[in-house]
Ligand binder design. Structure first.
Ligand SMILES: C[S@@+](CC[C@H](N)C(=O)[O-])C[C@H]1O[C@@H](n2cnc3c(N)ncnc32)[C@H](O)[C@@H]1O
Length: 336
């Protein structure tokens, strides 16, 4: 889902912005990394506070235009890079005293409205879904991967219950013609028996394809690992997620680095290096009813944050093992 789906009259709506500001406290100054610059909603707000500096990233080069506006107004306090957040370590941030690293996951209103990107099932033409800095498109996935692989992508990345039927119908259809966006929507509509009147029948498959094309699982995992590495003691990681797979990953990562685990149940609890983060609540912060009323799609947003407790940069996490079954699915792309 998207963080800034906006009621038409607003055009831009950074989700959970007030809550983020109260966590990262830019009124006291500091350097902040905005890993998902988008339309600059978070960055612009933070730069309103004096003595703040922003390092912003976005994989979509179309966000460059908005970044130039901020560069003009805040020349010495704003840096923008067209980079994926999994590449955070390339920025050599260790000498910067970073106060917070922020992730507002998914895609923006501007991106979903951009017909060329083909993120919406309303658009016509070739399948795409590339957000930027990609190696392959949704058209490659739908027209080239095996039936079993498609089924798993829809099942695990979209939680689509009828993934088997849909994958089989795709493979049948593509023997006759190359599948484009309209064809895919038709195939899904005619394959699905279970009707859900709350969401479009293509929503889950489209989510799955977007996650796969943009390798969103490994992006998030490496983004979290690298964010934790670049922070010093008291640095904050803030993540706004929009679907259950993302939230599961964030929750697991924070929990794994914040729990004091006993080595055996017969030994007392020991303070291991796992005790790197402080997580104040098991429950995520959700948008207020006022925000949901103004921007209904924000209802699926979940905000989690953690604060680094110690100044060390190498740590163990089993997050890659835990989500290996998802990364293995992402790796189907190696043959594209
Ligand atoms: C929901 S929008 C962010 C909106 C932003 N917070 C604002 O207020 O304008 C998500 C943005 O993250 C970018 N993005 C998604 N995955 C990324 C990744 N792995 N690396 C860098 N940028 C990414 C998308 O291109 C999109 O512009």
């Amino acid at each position: 889902m998207c963080a800034i789906i906006i009621p038409e009259k607003h055009m831009h709506y950074p989700v959970l912005l007030n809550e983020i500001i109260s966590i990262i406290t830019p009124q006291y100054g500091g350097t902040f990394v905005d890993c998902t610059f988008g339309q600059g909603g978070y960055s612009s707000k933070i730069l309103e506070f004096p003595n703040t500096k922003i390092i912003a990233l976005d994989r979509d080069k179309d966000t460059l235009k908005k970044s130039l506006d901020l560069k003009r107004n805040f020349e010495n306090r704003f840096i923008y890079k067209n980079l994926k957040f999994s590449q955070l370590q390339n920025l050599k941030l260790k000498n910067e005293n970073i106060k917070a690293v922020m992730f507002d996951l998914g895609f923006s209103y501007t991106q979903i409205k951009d017909k060329k990107k083909g993120l919406s099932f309303d658009v016509k033409g070739e399948l795409n879904m590339k957000m930027g800095l990609n190696d392959f498109s949704a058209s490659d996935v739908i027209n080239k991967l095996d039936e079993k692989e498609l089924e798993k992508i829809f099942k695990f990345f979209g939680e689509e219950k009828e993934s088997k039927k849909i994958a089989s119908a795709i493979v049948k259809k593509r023997k006759k013609q190359k599948i484009n966006t309209e064809n895919l929507v038709q195939i899904i509509e005619s394959s699905k028996k279970i009707k859900n009147y709350k969401i479009h029948s293509a929503t889950k498959v489209f989510q799955a394809l977007r996650i796969f094309v943009n390798k969103e699982i490994s992006e998030l995992i490496y983004g979290l690992i690298n964010a934790t590495k670049v922070l010093k003691k008291d640095g904050i990681i803030v993540v706004v997620s929009f679907h259950s797979i993302e939230d599961k990953i964030v929750k697991y990562f924070f929990k794994g680095l914040s729990e004091t685990k006993s080595v055996s149940r017969y030994m007392p609890k020991i303070n291991t290096k796992k005790n790197l983060l402080n997580v104040f609540s098991k429950k995520p912060i959700l948008p207020s009813s006022k925000e949901i009323k103004e921007n209904p799609p924000s209802r699926s947003a979940k905000l989690r944050y953690a604060i680094k407790k110690e100044d060390f940069y190498e740590f163990e996490t089993d997050i890659l093992d835990k989500f290996k079954y998802l990364i293995d699915i992402e790796n189907y792309s190696k043959k594209l």
